[in-house]
Design a protein around this ligand. Structure first.
Ligand code: PLP
Length: 487
């Protein structure tokens, strides 16, 4: 039986209402802070398999399903959601996702999505400008030095793309001949795991990773870095890239970009800055100093779906010199991006993806409907709230922080061992009262808050800390009074 279009349109309009009501109630704290349930409970509770037995479901059955879907999802909009580095999407960016969902212009080839491609051109240039690099011209111009970039489905893919270009610079023959075995990638031991993966995927083997000297919080010691480059070279290995964190995922702390960049320059080493989380801080004068020296990079990774309030996925890989990008996916350097007639703008020759969604539209809608100033203000506000949270935490006797936060990522601990931190977090999530994460810093487990939600204010932070304290107390009493289970 064909489903009439009218029916689907009614379902659609009602679903939008249901979604709006759900988000509003969540924002007011009227619903649980997370929807976490174990897999089999979800499969049964939402009857995910049974519902497919007799399609199509009725309008009312769909509304019932959607209600369950919404309430068992992770509730990013809840003020007590302070877990992962996932943007609470601005309505403008969510609207772009909806428009993309209908128009579905996969724009890696200009012909299949000309406006999406033109918007990607604008968004890449906007990001290049904020890093301090020359923007791409509308048409290729031989001899003109300028930046370049591409939007990818996520920072992990962007890291891979950046390192692919680094490989092409040191070992251009690798594209056709395979990978030589003397390449080294120098990186802090707390780099995001996608870096080690990218190194392995590129065929270097994880053994190519050489750890840079760091302080106890995992920040690169730039003064000791030059020695590591020299030692690596003395062992007969070529340094393919040095990677800096801006900022580190676990701690939100930044590596010293300027001294690292200067050492890379003077040693002729490719400098890759993983600024997935931190690059958006370029948009505000209160926060941009964390990225001082970023313009010395050869490549910068910038996730829009973290601090630009854009729904997943949308990441950028940005190059200071377009020529270092043009060789990434081929041995030949040419103006691949502008197509044969130099009248278009293709990302296909410079991206892993073939079908690629018009991701730039999500950034563009935020810029269009909110404006660059508001986006920068959001970052500055959340980073300031990180400091406020720190003050709230250290004001409590039983709490401590390993460092003063630089961003909206804060690690802290309540008196007790590593297991206590983990159990507190697991129980809060299981009880759906607050959503935090844990992180390991210098071998110790900490509770970790990422303040992505503009509704997480001082009051919300103090309530979360109260909950942590109560949970820790009840866990400590229950282990003292109840006999331990035999293992
Ligand atoms: C989040 C993050 C990544 C991974 O980005 P995805 O978009 O999740 O693939 C890589 N590096 C750093 C520093 C990050 O914070």
């Amino acid at each position: 039986m064909a489903v009439p279009n009218r029916f689907l349109k009614d379902v659609f309009v009602d679903a939008l209402d249901q979604l709006a009501e759900h988000i509003e109630a969540t924002e007011q704290g009227e619903r649980p802070a997370t929807g976490y349930r174990p897999l089999s409970q979800l499969l049964d509770g939402l009857q995910l398999e049974q519902r497919l037995e007799q399609p199509p479901v009725s309008h009312a059955e769909f509304a019932d399903f959607l209600s369950g879907y919404l309430s068992h999802s992770v509730q990013l909009h809840h003020p007590f959601h302070a877990a992962h580095q996932v943007a609470i999407p601005d309505t403008a960016s969510a609207l772009a996702s909806l428009v993309n969902g209908f128009m579905n212009n996969p724009m890696a080839i200009y012909e299949m999505g000309p406006v999406g491609a033109a918007i990607e051109f604008v968004v890449i240039n906007w990001m290049l400008k904020h890093i301090g690099w020359a923007q791409q011209p509308r048409r290729p111009e031989v001899g003109l030095e300028h930046g370049a970039g591409v939007l990818t489905h996520g920072g992990s893919l962007a890291n891979l793309t950046g390192l692919l270009a680094a490989r092409a610079r040191v070992a251009p023959e690798a594209w056709e001949q395979g990978v030589p075995n003397d390449l080294a990638v120098l990186v802090s031991p707390v780099a995001h795991y996608s870096v080690a993966r990218a190194v392995a995927i590129l065929g270097l083997g994880e053994r190519a990773i050489v750890h840079l000297p760091c302080d106890e919080l995992g920040r690169v010691d730039a003064h000791a870095m030059e020695q590591t480059i020299e030692k690596t070279r003395a062992c007969g290995r070529r340094v393919m890239a040095v990677i800096a964190n801006a900022c580190a995922t676990a701690t939100g702390l930044h590596d010293p970009l300027r001294p690292m960049g200067e050492i890379c320059r003077s040693n002729d080493v490719f400098f890759h800055v993983d600024a997935c989380h931190g690059a958006s801080a370029l948009l505000h004068s209160d926060t941009a100093h964390h990225l001082d020296g970023i313009e010395l990079a050869d490549v910068v990774i910038w996730d829009a779906h973290k601090m630009l309030q854009v729904s997943a996925l949308c990441a950028a890989v940005l190059f200071r010199d377009h020529r270092s990008f043009d060789v990434a996916f081929s041995q030949k350097a040419s103006y691949l991006a502008y197509g044969r007639d130099a009248e278009s703008y293709d990302s296909l020759p410079r991206a892993v993806e073939c079908t690629k969604s018009a991701m730039g539209v999500k950034v563009y809608f935020n810029l269009l409907l909110r404006g660059e100033h508001a986006l920068g203000q959001f970052v500055a506000d959340r980073y300031a709230m990180g400091k406020t949270a720190y003050d709230c935490i250290v004001a409590r006797d039983r709490f401590s922080c390993p460092y003063v936060p630089e961003t909206n990522i804060i690690c802290f601990r309540i008196e007790g061992d590593d297991q206590l931190q983990q159990s507190v977090r697991d129980q809060l999530v299981a009880e759906r009262t607050a959503h935090l994460t844990t992180a390991e810093v210098g071998g110790t487990t900490y509770l970790r808050m990422t303040l992505m939600n503009p509704l997480t204010d001082v009051e919300a932070i103090n309530t979360i800390l109260d909950m942590v304290e109560q949970k820790a107390d009840s866990l400590l009493t229950s282990t003292q009074t109840s006999p331990r289970l035999a293992s």
